[in-house]
Design a protein around this ligand. Sequence first.
Ligand code: NAD
Ligand code: IPM
Ligand code: MN
Length: 354
Amino acid sequence: MQKLKLSVIPGDGIGQEVVPETLKVLDTLAEINGGVKFEYETHPWSCEYYLEHGVMMPKDGMARLHQTDAIYLGAVGNPKLVPDHVSLWGLLIKIRRECEQVINIRPAQYINGVNSPLANPNDFDFIVVRENSEGEYSEVGGRIHSGDDEIAIQNAVFTRKATERTIRYAFELAQRRSGQVTSATKSNGIVHSMPFWDQVFQEVGKDYPSIQTESNHIDALCAFFVSKPHQFDVIVASNLFGDILTDLGAAVMGSIGIAPAANININGKYPSMFEPVHGSAPDIIGRGIANPIGQLWTAKMMLDHLGLDELGSLLMKAIKETIGEGIKTRDLGGTSYTNEVIDHIITKLTAYSK
Ligand code: NAD
Ligand code: IPM
Ligand code: MN
């Protein structure tokens, strides 16, 4: 029996609703497989935890995460209780940085039965590779002076190391897909970072002569995501550009409630973290209507990452069929509740195994 230890952090808001529900699906998959068992170490780290303890996670928290095979997270943030910059730097970004999860991969694809807002969604299927450790999210900056003289400074930091590994990751991924990489840039502007980004993109591209490359300015790229999403395969972007593009990708799919993501540790030293693109959705907490698909598709990415691709494919099949049969939460135009979607998926998975 293969035992996999998962650190589970439901976090805040709907994270606390979708994570426990989706664990039932993971347990069903383990039963079907028969040779694997998931052991969960669940942590209550959240804004509520902060109010009680004055920290988002305990001192030994990071060491405990390091001892597990993967981290499965819901969402972090409840601005009514704790300012976002405190909760996010204290938990989400802290884990991404200290577990060296330097790449964030975020797929988006047309799913039959999800009403894309596009008139002709045309079967798109792309993945954004987002730089996940620096860029516009650097720790360099701060606020000085006060009152009318107050200044907020944020320095974007682009190191050759991080830029190159992100772009290389995108090229490697493209080699396994349709062989096309689009770089999100802004080199027509007066930002210093982007001509540098473009140069590294060109240099790395020389190692992949069979890959077709293109650079699009981020503003135009946002428009193209809407007007012709089917023309993209792998898109590589800086931290903030990638963040914005992937909410847009989620909206083009039909709802941010279904978009998955994976924060990948590429040196194998620490666990990777799997959390959906969406946040804690404070506006729908406690109503049982949160869409669990973003969290579940994220679980599929975790299964693939852990080498359980067959279970991942089975899960994706059940997700797609469930949506196709109209078992959908309200954000997708359906009437089902979170637990009803989960129950339907579990019934399907169980039926496949018979
Ligand atoms: P959000 O993604 O939480 O919500 C945006 C909109 O999408 C809301 O109307 C919400 O109801 C809806 N939505 C999101 N997920 C849904 C789901 N699964 N099913 C149905 N509807 C869903 O973004 P926000 O409102 O900008 O942020 C809320 C909080 O979450 C903030 O504290 C923010 O910092 C945090 N946040 C955390 C993460 C993360 O932990 N990875 C990501 C994004 C935002
Ligand atoms: C995301 C979120 C985070 C990010 C926030 C909450 C810091 O928006 O995971 O997309 O910007 O990375
Ligand atoms: Mn985001």
